[in-house]
Design a protein around this ligand. Structure first.
Ligand SMILES: [Zn+2]
Length: 264
């Protein structure tokens, strides 16, 4: 099994060897066919401007903006400043940087990689900040708005950005992997906090506690139920189902019959 480093953490080999939170949400909440295409290296997702902005803010927190610039040259001008469409990232960083409460929560080990055997597979997580002294895992989140409700097609409800991003699931997986990795007793989870900053012209910010043992237990129970199917898919024993709605499914769609106008 691949020994994980910051250089290979997001590699194809690492994703084949390990299970991750993003793979899990891809399989369960997005599209099995797309997730398998990504693991077979036939589909690479293109980041949106908003996602690139988020990654740049993360590189500031991780203390690696220079490395980020080398790997994302198209986001920068010849003078090595952010291009106009990404400038909001600097405003977001300033918004966080000038807040002592936020900055105290960003202290700790940055981009901490942890692994643990859970529900029949080995999982990998990379915590934005881990503090074993404060017993906290901190996740940095960038979002359009912290307070506005957003439409979730999956549940057909207006929900907070936290529910849309499946943050309770992330909190459950990260704290459980850490608990197992550190050899703590069942249910002895660290606190999971989100440092959130919005992409608005005048960014909003919040430190949000996600600690909710009942919700975590419920999220992990769902993961346990879904894992046999995912293990079978990753090992090629079962065929992935196409959602017919995602980018990958549209790009690979082959028509064989007409549809009725009432289906639309
Ligand atoms: Zn699909």
């Amino acid at each position: 099994m691949l020994l994980l480093t910051h250089d290979n953490y997001h590699s194809l080999e690492a994703n084949l060897d390990y299970m991750s939170r993003s793979q899990y949400t891809g399989f369960v909440y997005e599209c099995e066919a797309k997730e398998m295409a990504k693991l077979s290296d036939v589909w690479v997702e293109v980041l949106t401007t908003a996602q690139e902005v988020g990654q740049y803010v993360h590189s500031w927190s991780a203390g690696t903006p220079e490395a980020f610039m080398m790997n994302h040259r198209t986001m920068f001008t010849k003078a090595s400043t952010l291009r106009a469409e990404y400038l909001v990232a600097n405003t977001m960083i300033n918004c966080l940087q000038e807040d002592l409460f936020v900055m105290s929560h960003l202290e700790g080990v940055k981009e901490k990689i942890m692994t643990a055997d859970m529900f029949g597979v080995t999982w990998k997580v990379m915590a934005n900040v881990q503090s074993t002294e404060r017993r906290q895992i901190i996740d940095l989140a960038t979002t359009r708005s912290i307070t506005k409700k957003v439409w979730d097609e999956g549940t057909r409800l207006h929900v907070s950005f936290l529910e849309l991003y499946k943050s309770p699931l992330k909190a459950a997986i990260y704290t459980e992997v850490e608990r197992i990795a550190l050899g703590r007793a069942d249910g002895d989870w660290s606190e999971f906090l989100l440092v959130a900053v919005s992409k608005e012209k005048y960014p909003d910010k919040a430190v949000i506690t996600m600690t909710d043992p009942n919700r975590s237990a419920a999220e992990l129970a769902k993961v346990e139920l879904n894992m046999p199917r995912i293990i079978a898919l990753k090992s090629g024993l079962e065929a992935p189902i196409r959602c017919e709605g995602c980018d990958y499914c549209r790009a690979t769609k082959v028509l064989s019959a007409a549809i009725n106008y009432l289906e639309l």
